[in-house]
Ligand binder design. Structure first.
Ligand code: PAP
Length: 314
């Protein structure tokens, strides 16, 4: 794939391909929306990781909101009671900023430098596109993957809501997803990179699966806390803190909060990001309500092919 030129103070013209909700730029082995390609080049040049940064990495629609809520709650648990918790008043997406994506759509990414340590930061970037200083500083990385069938359906709903004037039908969106032609795609390579990292550097990269988190949320809360260097003490266990964290951050709880049900992160003529769109159904296997078995098998076949020999399978 063609590679974009280095950034200058003004965005360079990038080669784009139409067809997805927004034009996409081929960036190394991935596709990125134009503004994200620019931001990625910018953070690759200027982002300074700190050794105590934790990076929450996900392919889109695989559990970012959930992971942000969990990690934020775990690392700040001594500061807040569960009755007056910040997540009762703030959307989980707002409490952990993205490295390459300012919440308000502005270009300036310097707000990240102003966050005091230890920082929790999020990204949808694949491992190979992360700013180099993240590896140099040995930052902790937490990754969540999700069965591509559900991730696709979640993406399809989200993007059509976000870009109502560029509605894409399920069949066309499906073909593009299978080709990896989707923002931050292909999802398989994205997952494979972090999977390999978690195998090579288990103390540095924690790898979670959405489906397993749904099955055993409390166990994942414990694992996450231990990985983040803040394991639950015997007293906290006795007080059932892991259970309380899991409950606070559960889909059932967060989706019902007014702060997550009303208002927008962004509203322009042709683009809207409603806070509620990050809480659609939160189910495993919802793809069956939208796709036939044949499509499901096709995605499974791609997954099998892509992960062959890696030790990973959905
Ligand atoms: P993003 O990539 O835009 O940041 P992300 O949070 O990764 O979105 O994915 C949203 C999905 O996670 C939604 O899935 P669905 O469309 O299949 O419903 C959303 O419902 C789900 N989700 C959000 N919060 C939670 C949670 N606390 N527990 C489980 N699933 C959740």
């Amino acid at each position: 794939m063609e590679q974009p030129k280095k950034p200058s103070s003004e965005p360079t013209e990038l080669p784009t391909k139409e067809g997805s909700w927004l034009p996409l730029v081929p960036y190394k082995n991935y596709w990125l929306e134009v503004h994200l390609a620019h931001n990625t080049m910018r953070v690759q040049e200027s982002f300074q990781a700190r050794p105590d940064d934790t990076i929450l990495a996900t392919s889109p629609k695989c559990g970012t909101t959930w992971l942000k809520a969990l990690a934020f709650t775990i690392v700040n648990r001594s500061k807040h009671s569960f009755d007056e918790h910040p997540l009762l008043a703030q959307h989980p997406q707002a409490v952990v900023p993205y490295i390459e994506m300012p919440a308000d759509g502005r270009r300036d990414l310097s707000y990240i430098d102003e966050i005091p340590s230890p920082r929790l930061l999020a990204t949808h970037l694949p491992l190979s596109l992360l700013p180099r200083s993240i590896a140099e500083q040995g930052c902790r990385i937490v990754y969540i993957t999700r069965d591509p069938k559900d991730a696709f359906i979640s993406t399809w709903h989200f993007k059509n809501k976000m870009h109502p004037r560029s509605f894409i039908g399920l069949d066309d969106a499906f073909d593009m997803f299978c080709d990896g032609f989707v923002n931050y795609g292909p999802c398989w390579e994205h997952t494979l990179e972090y999977w390999k990292e978690s195998q090579a550097r288990p103390d540095g990269c924690l790898f979670f699966r959405y489906e397993e988190m749904m099955r055993e949320p409390v166990e994942h809360v414990r694992k996450l806390a231990a990985f983040l260097g803040a394991p639950f003490t015997g007293e906290e266990e006795d007080a059932k803190l892991p259970e309380q964290v899991a409950k606070l951050c559960s889909f059932g709880n967060l989706a019902g909060l007014r702060v997550n049900q009303t208002g927008d992160f962004m509203r322009k003529e042709d683009m809207v990001v409603e806070k509620s769109t990050f809480f659609r159904k939160g189910k495993v296997g919802d793809w069956r309500n939208y796709m036939d078995e044949e499509k499901g098998r096709k995605l499974d076949r791609i997954s099998e092919e892509k992960f062959k020999g890696s030790g990973f399978a959905y």
